[in-house]
Design a binder for this molecule. Structure first.
Ligand SMILES: N[C@@H](CCC(=O)N[C@@H](CS)C(=O)NCC(=O)O)C(=O)O
Length: 206
């Protein structure tokens, strides 16, 4: 299997963490995003919307970060969908993707989209939903890190680097999530790119 991804891409990082947690021999193929890698005909033939991540498997290409994780979980071992708490994990994955990750991506790339305008309402509301679920729990599904934490924690980490400070309970959870070795490893892989982009922006501002 081959994961087509980029270390900076937060959706790619969801799939990357699932792979790193498994220690499975899946080839990591970094997409040359600066050289139009996402719009190459060979890539579009496998990922027709020009989006990453994409997992090449014997069952065909799989797009959508959550679907890639579900594919890996189905093959086993199930590491990110805890028995009895799958619905909660999936629910918080959706909340994280739609209400934290999506506005974060627009803020990161400084677009002028509707999501940027919604961010001041959506981010605190989404963090509140996570905080309510996390009351008395280490992670969204209890003691173990799961799919329910992935998207929200990765987005929150980027958001705080962009100056959006989460409430203390969310910050404490973000730190717990990044103490998971695969999360820490994916962050190490992303940081050179994050620092370069945010550093360039800071120096542009003087
Ligand atoms: N819902 C998709 C979102 C994928 C996505 O938007 N990926 C971004 C990178 S983080 C991308 O490929 N953007 C390229 C583009 O939109 O042109 C998923 O979960 O995989």
């Amino acid at each position: 299997m081959k994961l087509h991804y980029h270390p900076l891409s937060p959706y790619s990082r969801k799939a990357l963490v699932a792979i790193l947690m498994r220690g499975e021999a899946i080839e990591l193929c970094e997409i040359a995003i600066g050289q139009g890698g996402l719009s190459q005909p060979e890539f579009l033939a496998l990922s027709p919307f020009g989006k990453m991540p994409m997992l090449q498997t014997d069952d065909g290409p799989i797009i959508e970060s959550t679907s890639i994780i579900e594919y890996l979980e189905e093959r086993g071992p199930a590491l990110l969908l805890p028995a009895g708490a799958e619905r909660t994990a999936r629910h918080f994955d959706r909340l994280g993707d739609h209400y934290l990750m999506a506005p974060m991506a627009e803020l990161f790339w400084q677009t002028e989209s509707e999501l940027v305008k919604l961010a001041p309402q959506w981010l605190p509301a989404a963090w509140q939903l996570f905080a309510t679920q996390l009351a008395g729990r280490d992670f969204v599904c209890g003691k173990a890190f799961s799919l329910g934490d992935l998207s929200g924690a990765i987005a929150t980490d980027y958001l705080q680097r962009l100056g959006w400070q989460p409430p203390p309970a969310i910050e404490a959870w973000r730190q717990r999530c990044f103490a998971v070795p695969a999360m820490a490893q994916s962050l190490d892989m992303a940081l050179p790119y994050v620092r370069r982009i945010l550093g360039e922006r800071a120096s542009e501002l003087g």
